[in-house]
Ligand binder design. Structure first.
Ligand code: JFB
Length: 288
């Protein structure tokens, strides 16, 4: 698989593409990444790639000429063009898996206030965002996308078992992990993991991830990897519908709460969360 990156900051890509999994995949010929300096396509002598926005407003906009010329030069037949953008489609594991099937991805990294809208129109590019926070440009987002996609390219991970396990869990490790020493500063590894009993270990690793059966016509299923954790209510609460209550949640849980309130059995208040988040969240209570 090949990535072509278009950026005004090619230096930003140097070490992230040299080390670890991505670096090794490039060395091993499984991955090709070419980083292109957008200014090579900018008009001389100033090599300017930005301009003031029509209609006024703060900041500068990436001009269409250099970007379109650059992409048209590096794009191969069938190559997909992706613009990293704060307002793009969210990057998910499913999208990463789909992108890992492509022969070429051309990643266009903006800076300033973003890109002239006609770039997307002309190139037919897909706009992708790596998350709901504001970056100063697309470069770091492109690196995130490269890493998420690269490890799904056959042979890159070197451990196809991990990938099979991941497709099962939606990419999230469901259970806590430990390595030596078995006792670190008095914090002990759960005995079951030292028992050598593989059946018991598998059961222990599954215990929190079991999701309750869905009632028909109910809300969307929880995301794979989400877990049901008791948030510390002392026994079943038995809330009637519409009863206000206070629960302790992490921000991750909060996003799921509307669904939980519909789906949780009246016998108790449950929220889907990764185990350690539920524990950490106990320090804060929130009125809902
Ligand atoms: C990506 C970018 C900017 C307009 C422009 C180019 N998740 C993400 N947050 N921010 C970006 C992103 C992704 N992917 C992102 C490209 C550019 C931000 N900017 C700065 C910020 C806000 N609005 C310019």
């Amino acid at each position: 698989m090949r990535f072509d990156v278009i950026t005004i900051f090619p230096e930003l890509f140097e070490s992230p593409l040299q080390v670890s999994l991505v670096g090794k995949a490039i060395d091993g010929g499984l991955l090709e990444v070419e980083v292109h300096n957008l200014r090579n396509w900018a008009p001389h002598p100033h090599r300017k790639v930005d301009d003031a926005p029509f209609g006024g407003g703060a900041g500068m906009v990436m001009a269409p000429g250099p970007v379109v010329d650059a992409v048209e030069e590096v794009r191969r037949p069938g190559g997909r063009v992706i613009q990293l953008s704060a307002s793009g489609e969210p990057l998910t594991q499913a999208m990463a898996a789909e992108l890992s099937q492509q022969n070429q991805l051309v990643l266009v990294c903006g800076r300033y206030e973003g890109m002239d809208d006609r770039i997307q129109e002309i190139l037919g590019s897909q706009e992708v965002s790596i998350g709901e926070y504001v970056l100063a440009g697309g470069e770091v987002a492109a690196l995130v996308l490269i890493e998420a996609v690269a490890r799904l390219v056959p042979g890159v991970l070197g451990n196809e078992v991990s990938l099979a396990e991941e497709s099962f869990t939606g990419g999230l490790l469901e259970y806590p992990q430990y390595t030596r020493p078995a006792d670190f500063r008095g914090h002990k590894v759960p005995d079951v993991l030292l028992s050598g009993n593989h059946k018991l270990i598998a059961d222990w690793r599954r215990q929190d991830s079991a999701l309750p059966a869905r009632s028909s016509g109910g809300p969307e299923p929880l995301p794979r990897g989400a877990q049901w954790a008791d948030l510390g209510a002392a026994g079943p609460v038995g809330l009637g519908s519409g009863t206000p209550c206070t629960v302790r949640l992490s921000s991750f849980c909060r996003a799921q709460l509307a669904r939980v309130n519909l789906e949780a059995p009246a016998a108790g208040l449950l929220a889907p969360t990764r185990r350690h988040r539920a524990v950490k969240s106990r320090s804060k209570g929130e009125q809902l």
